[in-house]
Design a binder for this molecule. Sequence first.
Ligand code: AP5
Length: 209
Amino acid sequence: MNLVFLGPPGAGKGTIAALAKERLGVPHISTGDLFRAAIKQETELGKQVKSILASGELVPDSVTVEMVRQRFENSDTDNGFILDGFPRTITQADALAEMRKIEYVINFQIGRDEIVKRLSGRRMAKSSGKIYHIIYNPPKVEGIDDETGEPLIQREDDKEEAILNRLEVYERQTEPLISYYREKGLLIDLDAKGKPESIIEALLKVLGQ
Ligand code: AP5
């Protein structure tokens, strides 16, 4: 199944994708994770995008599309995938349509207050990218990854100023994709409030799984 997860920052796309990939047996491709991995490895791409991610602006379409094109060369995407955070502009959506046929676009719906609560409390394991929340999904020991024992970090773009900019960027550049995909008959609205366990079940139900 070829899926796109669309929604504002902090809607829970990464959290639900981590559950859905196990249930659907397809890889989870997060463009944000791919950029963060490049930054960590200090590749040319990483150096190019580091300050863009910290500010919450979007990486140029040409760079992002090329990165996804290369990711699709891996045969693990032949039987389906979950795209999380891509496409984010109409230009990216048009480029995606030329690369792969998308079956469903899941539109994560959530209010602004909840987004700010989720993002400001998010913590992350740097090496695995595993996501926690200081209240909603805390680690067993405060500030420490359950699996590796490493200290958890807060993403640069989860600081207040960057959160507000990301929301503004989302509304301006990504929200138009809702009508774009609705008009193509691909969009499924998903209520992204409530517990992840309920949201994943609701998702699998609408997908007929
Ligand atoms: P990216 O990493 O994609 O960030 P994002 O879209 O802003 O999404 P987030 O990862 O912030 O949120 P999420 O919806 O995955 O929420 P999560 O599950 O983590 O992109 C980062 C940057 O990379 C961009 O700003 C841009 O610069 C660049 N970039 C990436 N893709 C690009 C593209 N296509 N084009 C150009 N530039 C691009 O959950 C958030 C928190 O809430 C967590 O703490 C979690 O534990 C908690 N939580 C989740 N679900 C629930 C729930 N149901 N109940 C309670 N808590 C929950």
